[in-house]
Ligand binder design. Sequence first.
Ligand code: SAH
Length: 333
Amino acid sequence: MAGPIPLSQYIAAANAEYYAHRDPLGSAGDFTTAPEISQMFGELIGLWAADLWQRAGSPDITWVELGPGRGTLTADALRAMAQVGLTPPVHFVETSPTLRAAQKAAVPDATWHDDVATLPDDRALIVVANEFFDALPIRQLVRAGDAWRERMVACQDLLFLPIAGKDVPDSIVPEHLRDAAPGSVIETSPANVGIARAVAGRLVRQGGAALVIDYGYEGPAIGDTLQAVSGHRFANPFEEPGSRDLTAHVDFATLGAAAGMEGVRVEGPVGQGAFLTALGIEPRAEALARTSPERAEQLAADRARLTDADQMGELFKAMAWTAPDWPEPAGFA
Ligand code: SAH
């Protein structure tokens, strides 16, 4: 090994290996996500998109999902959208061959891309990203003595450990955080900013909207949110790279500012609970329970898991970006 590497490079390499060879989702995997918890999640997002599309005058659109996992969200959304006559072509941005195979089983007619650069540019886009941005690499700056230093990862035999690298200029640290206590960590994600700007730029040029849902905060702020999850438990991010999922909380303020620079309107973030409630998750759960009374208890439990403040309702947040000439998306009032 050629000496310490930046944390972002370590995360990118570990996650490429992790996602390439496994389907991490569901109860038998390492973690679960909202679309895997309940069909209501993808259906409500489909109805959100269909409502916006209708109010935009029913133009031709392409449906895009970033990091679709098993394809469940899009499959559920397509079913809901078809009920109002919206049957768009589907494009997936996904790097994992294992998950691409699962997505093909769920949405056979999709088209796949390695990144957003090759998405169609001939019509408006509706873009959805659930738990995508948290999986992209972050940089960490660590306050050491009276300087900020780039966090690096060193490798000795089979042991990986975080170390402080070169000083970085104070000017890249937000002013109100510069004098933080020794040991403080600030995170940035150039990958998040790059993809946010690329997607937002397309929305401005092509029309359309994007919906981003993830766990996160409104930064920049002091805090180390790098986490590893394995078998539904938190694990050490520096042990066994490539065999556990590495993620970080998403800085929605920075993500929204990056998108806004391109000229989109930014809505939110609002808590996932408030968002799904505004979209009607309660009547939806009740209607499903009426048609399948044997599932009533499970439906109520799933709804609570997605929306309660002490579960996914507040840590998880929703944000939308819309082209300037598109109507306001539902759920953010
Ligand atoms: N959205 C799904 C899956 C979330 S897991 C759900 O909610 O269930 C993160 C997803 O992002 C996986 O599909 C993973 O393979 C994909 N992913 C991670 N890094 C990526 C990258 N750099 N480019 C494209 N997809 C990526």
